[in-house]
Design a protein around this ligand. Structure first.
Ligand code: F6P
Length: 545
């Protein structure tokens, strides 16, 4: 692999001064540097990847043995080696067949849980499962990270398909979140879903206890309106949730990959079990494509290779995800967990330091809002941010088709502008038309120059349906997988979130004065003192009150 990395570095140097736009002298470029999955088009022609670079990148995937690792994942091998687990979120959306983990077929149990979810969702949606004041009108999903971001993102994305109870999401331990969410809801007709794989996450357990108290103040049997989505059946029982309302999943479903199973219950309640099945079938179709399409036409592989070119070869430390789709407003946050928790690592599978930077910072906002916020930097800032545009060919509001045309025009215009830029001569002509002359014309023109040559890719899908959303989410999951394999890291653990959790647990008693906190560093001690009003006690200072 080292040889290929070096060849890619040489390639990067060779094309450093070549404008991306020059590649379009080849009239076949747009077709050659794009790939299709059904009605979906992934275009990466507005990058500086040419045929030679693409061959090298494909060689990298081959040398890393992506195909073998992919089969190992799909067939239940324990590829999450630091936790000794298989990685089988794909089984959650599998339409049939069997998947063996240690010789045991896990599919019958998955199908049984899916059937129980379906029955429960239909009972809630049909009013057969009711609250203590009537049919369920509102659902509050309490969870964090993967137990929140997936369903919250998907519920918002599929708003046009909602015909069930209203869904709300509480994640932050900040009491403001639970207070603002519960305010205005009727405890007698609210269903609370406690979503936590481990059922130990402090944010979720604190919010769940608060919601239970809120409900207990108004209904005789609060537990009767609670559901748990968890792998920890003893803990759900200890919380008071009976087994028939616990939907379990196994440890080979990672939190950030869990929306396809019980963690997706709020989505199933919102859009109904049939449309939830459509969401699963979109994911399953992308799985089939990922497993069988040749690498050069394989969307997850190509998306990953574009990412590798930008982050690990060219060294761009961030990438922006820009959905021109308001209902995908939470997609960047969802992808932050998916990509950064998966590939934000500093140790290879072998326990060595990776030879290249690993996963980049992922960030973004829906267009067109982002245009009026941070696009200034994308166009004229000093650092290059590769951009990933997503846009639907048509919206869900036929009467507002003119809005959608403008949305599309903006998405396409932004990627074109990022690539093309504006030369000094063009800027001078603009400044001259604005009435500037002489030295002032030159000065003004410089501010109006766009360097251009800023890479982007565009994913265009027909419409944001449940099936399409499933395909998009699976596409990004597999992109993360391919990048992780090429980087030689474990994309399925998350040890990096542990230390902060441990310190927070230790700090809570210090904040209420139960422990002195002598082991804390000087800065943290000072902050504790300031915030708890005990500055004088701890530091002999004046205090801030
Ligand atoms: O942030 C760490 C993490 O373990 C995530 O991977 C996970 O999605 C989240 O916490 C929530 O965990 P749980 O579902 O166990 O509450």
């Amino acid at each position: 692999m080292d040889r290929i990395w070096k060849a890619l570095d040489a390639r990067a140097r060779a094309v450093a001064d070549r404008p991306i736009s020059a590649l379009f002298d080849d009239p076949g470029r747009a077709a050659a540097f794009s790939a299709r999955f059904g009605d979906m088009l992934f275009d990466y022609s507005k990058t500086n990847i040419d045929a030679e670079t693409l061959n090298l990148l494909l060689g990298l995937a081959e040398a890393a043995d992506v195909a073998a690792r992919r089969e190992a994942m799909f067939t239940g091998a324990r590829i999450n080696e630091t936790e000794g687990r298989a990685v089988l979120h794909t089984a959650l959306r599998s339409p049939g067949g069997s998947v063996l983990v240690d010789g045991r077929d896990v599919m019958p149990e998955l199908r049984a849980t899916r059937a129980r979810m379906r029955d429960f969702a239909e009972m809630v949606r049909g009013g057969l499962f009711a609250g203590q004041g009537g049919a369920i009108t509102d659902v509050v999903n309490i969870g964090i990270g993967g137990s929140d971001l997936g369903p919250a993102m998907a519920v918002q994305a599929l708003a046009p398909y909602h015909d069930g109870p209203r869904c709300h999401f509480v994640s932050n331990v900040d009491g403001a979140h639970v207070a603002d969410t519960l305010k205005g809801l009727n405890p007698e007709t609210t269903l609370v879903i406690v979503a936590s794989k481990t059922f130990t996450t402090i944010e979720t357990m604190t919010n769940a206890a608060t919601a239970r108290d809120w409900m207990a103040a108004r209904v005789a049997d609060p537990a009767a309106q609670f559901v748990a989505l968890s792998s920890a059946q003893e803990r759900t029982a200890a919380f008071g949730i009976p087994a028939e309302r616990v939907f379990g999943f196994e440890d080979w479903v990672g939190g950030r990959y869990s929306v396809w199973g019980p963690i997706g219950l709020s989505l199933m309640l919102a859009i109904g079990p049939d449309r939830f099945d459509d969401f699963l079938s979109g994911g399953a179709a992308m799985d089939a494509h990922f497993r069988s399409a040749p690498p050069g036409g394989n969307l997850p592989v190509l998306l990953a290779l574009v990412g590798i070119w930008h982050a690990q070869v060219l060294g761009h430390p961030t990438r922006a995800v820009l959905p021109y789709d308001q209902r995908l407003a939470r997609l960047p946050a969802y992808l932050q967990q998916l990509e950064m928790e998966s590939n934000g690592k500093r140790v290879t599978m072998e326990g060595t330091s990776p030879p290249r930077p690993t996963g980049p910072v992922v960030w973004g906002e829906p267009g067109t809002n982002g245009q009026h916020a941070f696009y200034q930097l994308l166009h004229q800032g000093m650092q290059v941010v590769p951009c990933e545009f997503l846009v639907a060919a048509r919206g869900h509001e036929p009467e507002l088709a003119h809005h959608h045309r403008l949305l599309l025009a903006n998405a396409l215009a932004q990627s074109a502008a990022l690539m093309r830029g504006r030369s000094l001569d063009e800027a001078r002509a603009i400044a001259a038309r604005a009435g500037f002359t002489g030295a002032e014309l030159d000065r003004q023109a410089r501010h109006r120059v766009f360097p251009g040559n800023r890479p982007s890719s565009t994913l265009i899908y027909p419409q944001l349906t449940p099936q399409v959303l499933g395909a998009i989410v699976a596409l990004y999951e597999h992109r993360v997988f391919v990048e992780g394999v090429i980087l030689g890291i474990n994309s399925f653990d998350q040890w990096g979130v542990e230390l902060g959790k441990e310190l927070a647990t230790a700090l809570a008693p210090v904040l209420c004065g139960e422990c002195p906190g002598e082991e804390l560093d000087g800065s943290t001690r000072a902050l504790v003192a300031f915030v708890s009003g005990r500055e004088r006690d701890i530091q002999g200072g004046e205090g801030f009150r």
